[in-house]
Design a protein around this ligand. Structure first.
Ligand code: NAP
Ligand code: MG
Length: 402
């Protein structure tokens, strides 16, 4: 059979450590034999980020704006220890942070479900997708450790002078202080991205904040969502048979636990950070979670939700066998290839992405899995395999599918 041709490229961002090893194996074993891969390659591995003074990350983000689809391998976010380990010129920023800042996106995280691994919540039948607003709030806050007695005020100086001043607290002793912000423009694009994603995936959209307590800040989020929904999406949601509703975050948490899944839960930045870890753990593991960053312009960046699996990499370097789960990284590729196929009207490419995903799930249903899944699976007759054997087992099923 002839290889599948891609009319347009996807932006390929290579990464670090164990996931970099998996990246190459996935390309060699599961992609290149079947697809004439057309990618624009950016090496986001830490040595090359250092060599290019992180310019490569900026170039990659701009390339996603140009080609609209990217796929990214997990990368190291340097800390002091990494600066030492890699002899870095600087403690470079998180590549995900840099890319998010350029694309201004919303991150959607969805667990990959299999029959073999049962969620901790027995009623959950379908995946719950968390849509995390990836801008502002405590991630861009200004903080101050109040040393002693004194008055803290909130002051706003408009273009034409001071227009707001209010006492936050008159400190009689040491304490803490924090100033957060967000922007209407960012909240508006967050709302649009969530409504569009709900329509695209035909799932209900829930949105939760704490507007009863935060009467200006969270209330603004709620009102912007409500306004955009009424004006631009209501009729399309009704026509698609899907629903949008707003509820308080505490009510949402209770409802999510009682639900059967199958919806998108839009969260403010911090709520989304915390809740996505809870949801992924309750469904099984971070190694079975996909992540896609969607920009307001309709650019898509796919990745795995986990990191570079450092502990496995050090074993690999010592020549020991590892049992790293490549599913989330493979699904990052299938997500990107499917999206490329949809944008280009490339039916063969879309079909390939489906078949590769089926082959992955089939492998696990056949009882062949990596150590992390074997530990969660309560079935008998499980064969625990190493990183390469797992990918080979997927390959043999993919060949049958093709
Ligand atoms: P991690 O790479 O996600 O791994 C933490 C642990 O989770 C692993 O040691 C392993 O447990 C398990 N695990 C994660 N993914 C797995 C997989 N695919 N298969 C099997 N087991 C898996 O997190 P980390 O060790 O905290 O971070 C390592 C590096 O990744 C850091 O430098 C961090 O900056 C970076 N990071 C990058 C991203 C990203 O690029 N999106 C996200 C998070 C972290 P066992 O050791 O028990 O087997
Ligand atoms: Mg988190």
């Amino acid at each position: 059979m002839s290889k599948i041709i891609m009319q347009n490229p996807i932006v390929e961002m290579d990464g670090d450590e164990m996931t970099r090893i998996l990246w190459k194996l996935i390309k060699d074993e599961l992609l290149s034999p079947f697809v004439d891969l057309n990618t624009e390659y950016y090496d986001l591995g830490l040595p090359n980020r250092d060599a290019t003074e992180d310019q490569v990350t900026i170039d990659a983000a701009n390339a996603i704006k140009k080609h609209h689809v990217g796929v990214k391998c997990a990368t190291i976010t340097p800390n002091a220890q990494r600066v030492e380990e890699y002899k870095l010129k600087e403690m470079w920023k998180s590549p995900n942070g840099t890319i998010r800042a350029i694309l201004d996106g919303t991150v959607f995280r969805t667990p990959i479900l299999t029959e073999s691994v049962k969620p901790y919540i027995p009623t959950w039948k379908k995946p719950i997708t968390i849509a995390r607003h990836a801008y502002g709030d405590i991630y861009k806050a200004t903080e101050y450790r109040v040393p002693a007695k004194g008055k803290a005020e909130l002051l706003f100086t408009g273009a034409d002078g001071e227009s707001f001043r209010e006492t936050i607290y008159d400190f009689e002793c040491p304490g803490v202080l924090q100033g957060q912000f967000n922007k209407d423009s960012s909240i508006i694009s967050f709302a649009h991205t969530c409504f569009d994603y709900a329509l695209e995936t035909k799932q209900d959209l829930w949105f939760s904040t704490k507007d009863t307590i935060s009467k200006q800040y969270d209330q603004t989020f709620k009102l912007i969502f409500a306004d955009i929904y009424e004006k631009e999406y209501k009729s399309r949601f009704e026509a698609s048979g899907i629903e949008y509703f707003y509820t308080l975050i505490d009510d949402a948490v209770a409802r999510v636990i009682r639900s059967e899944g199958g919806f998108i839960w839009a969260c403010k930045n911090y709520d989304g950070d915390v809740m996505s870890d809870m949801v992924s753990t309750a469904f099984g593991s971070l190694a079975m979670m996909t992540s896609v960053l969607v920009s307001p312009e309709g650019d898509y960046e796919y990745e795995a939700a986990h990191g570079t699996i450092t502990r496995h990499y050090y074993k690999h370097l010592k020549g020991e066998k590892t049992s790293s789960n490549s599913i989330a990284t493979i699904f990052a590729w299938t997500g990107a290839l499917r999206k490329r196929g949809e944008l280009d009207g490339n039916v063969r490419l879309v079909a390939f992405a489906e078949k590769l995903e089926t082959a992955c799930l089939q492998t696990i249903e056949d009882g062949i899995m990596t150590g992390d899944l074997a530990a969660l699976c309560h079935r008998a007759n499980i064969k625990k395999v190493d990183s390469l054997e797992f990918i080979k087992a997927i390959r043999s099923r993919l060949e049958k599918e093709m």
